[in-house]
Design a protein around this ligand. Structure first.
Ligand code: PHE
Length: 497
């Protein structure tokens, strides 16, 4: 007798889980930086357009397919044809690999929550150089290149294990618990972000320097192809697309659910959070520029260093109780990160449970244990950040995009996005018109192909990535994708047990 499929407790539980997956490190550190770099306030225009022509149609394909097939990504592709199951596994393995380092960064946030209490890098002026050297030398123990392993960082190892244990407890009990935890975590993350931003905005330099450089529009940017490349790739990553997640989450919805509405809410909440996070980041950065008497362009505004160097430095310069605001910022980062991380694990667990009929607890324990081992072994030591950078380029950029292109072809063309649309329109309050088919079949794939080509040839990834040796970047970037591909073929070809 087939077991009744689990269900979310309520509609809002599902929405919070989906939002929790979407909002993550990408909103807090990547979006503000892209906006700053690509035309300030004017970046919002390409970004909003990308959400509508790429993000929403793609999210629609994933959620409606998951809801129709009532399984995760592999089962959803299998619904189209038995031969296509691998495509779902490919997405699941790509995100599995991504998670091995994503949780490491969540672990860093956990460590920084504690460091913020006693500010080991110094306060005020002395923190300016202290924070950077603390992060790279004392905390990460970075080695000179990907060929030199270096030692393990004990705080990172411990924090990563703790984060994985937490993930295990959240998802081993099924989607009801995921829904509850997501609701609390997302709200807590929002509240912390709001408090942090309000504090930030009251500091000198926050508005006139920080927000000014975040929001002053440069409309000529819109004509620049690179800006569109930034917007498209950010939308895909930020909405957790191409990762097998939204199929899994939607598969636990009841028969009648307002999918169209739910996915619009998810997309808009994600966009709103990204935009708001810009205020948090830029008010801090503006204050830092003001306190140091330098131009904001001289401050590191991108990537890992933005979150773990620039922001902590700015916090240490705050006149009163910087500790509190440090903790608040990293609590928010941690919450945002964990809800994304367990959504990835859930994508894998759902797929395994659906296919191999093992118990959820066993599947979760196995996935968490293997991910912890890989993460600690590769990313928690001196060369970790180098490999993180290269593997990230492979999976979070090419992996996601390739997965998305395959989805557009298989669900948009072969299965027919109009069939999916009929399905969701029947059960949704708002109905989607033909524009979704046009976007899913033509615009989204064209945008994806454009972004892939851009990365390969304009950024020059075919010749190696990020100034690393060719062997290393090839191994990190393409090797990780190859592993995902091979595993997906193996998993798809195993018969039902
Ligand atoms: N959407 C998350 C973020 O913006 C990242 C993520 C990507 C999460 C893929 C899950 C899957 O940080």
């Amino acid at each position: 007798m087939a077991m009744e499929r689990e269900r979310w407790d309520s509609r809002s539980a599902f929405i919070f889980a989906a939002i929790g997956s979407a909002i993550g490190l990408g909103n807090l550190w990547r979006f503000p930086y892209l906006a700053y770099r690509y035309g300030g306030g004017a970046f919002l225009i390409p970004y909003i357009i990308s959400v509508f022509v790429l993000g929403i149609p793609w999210l629609f394909l994933e959620m409606s397919a998951g809801h129709m097939s009532r399984t995760g990504a592999p089962g959803s592709f299998k619904m189209v044809s038995k031969k296509l199951e691998w495509a779902g596994w490919f997405q699941v393995f790509v995100s599995f690999i991504l998670n091995t380092y994503y949780v490491i960064i969540v672990g860093w946030a956990l460590c920084y929550m504690i460091f913020s209490i006693y500010l080991p890098w110094g306060v005020g002026e002395e923190s300016v150089y202290g924070v950077e050297s603390f992060f790279f030398n004392d905390f990460l123990g970075v080695t000179e290149g990907p060929g030199v392993a270096g030692g393990f960082s004990i705080p990172i190892v411990v924090a990563t294990i703790l984060a994985w244990v937490l993930i295990y407890f959240i998802i081993s009990r099924g989607v009801k618990r995921i829904g509850k935890v997501s609701t609390y975590f997302v709200i807590l993350a929002w509240i912390s972000l709001i408090i942090f931003t309000i504090r930030g905005l009251t500091l000198p330099g926050a508005v006139d320097i920080g927000l000014n450089s975040y929001l002053t529009p440069d409309f000529s940017a819109i004509a620049d192809a690179e800006v569109w490349f930034g917007a498209f790739s950010q939308v895909a990553f930020s909405l957790s697309l191409g990762m097998g997640i939204m199929y899994a989450y939607a598969s636990y919805l009841p028969d009648k659910s307002d999918i169209n509405n739910n996915l619009m809410i998810t997309a808009l909440a994600d966009m709103g959070t990204a935009f708001f996070a810009g205020f948090a980041i830029f008010s801090s950065a503006g204050f830092l520029a003001y306190s140091m008497g330098i131009d904001i362009s001289e401050i590191t505004m991108s990537g890992i260093a933005l979150t773990f160097v620039t922001i902590p430095t700015s916090i240490s310069m705050m006149p009163t109780v910087p500790q509190i605001f440090g903790v608040i910022f990293f609590v928010s980062l941690f919450m945002l990160g964990v809800t994304s991380a367990y959504s990835i694990t859930e994508a894998f667990v759902t797929s395994i449970v659906d296919k191999f009929k093992v118990s959820r607890r066993k599947a979760t324990a196995l996935v968490c244990a293997i991910s912890t081992a890989i993460g600690v072994f590769v990313f928690a030591r001196g060369f970790g950040i180098h490999w993180l950078d290269m593997v990230d380029r492979g999976v979070s950029y090419y992996g996601v995009l390739i997965g998305g292109l395959i989805s557009c072809i298989i669900f948009g063309w072969i299965y027919g996005s109009d069939r999916l649309r009929e399905h969701t329109n029947r059960i949704s309050e708002i109905t989607f018109g033909r524009w979704v088919d046009v976007a899913a079949k033509f615009i989204a794939p064209a945008a994806i192909i454009f972004v892939i080509t851009w990365g390969l040839f304009v950024t020059g990834d075919v010749f190696g990535y990020g100034g690393y040796d060719l062997w290393a970047s090839t191994l990190g970037m393409w090797g990780s994708l190859l592993v995902a591909f091979v595993l997906s073929i193996i998993f798809a070809s195993r018969g039902e047990v």
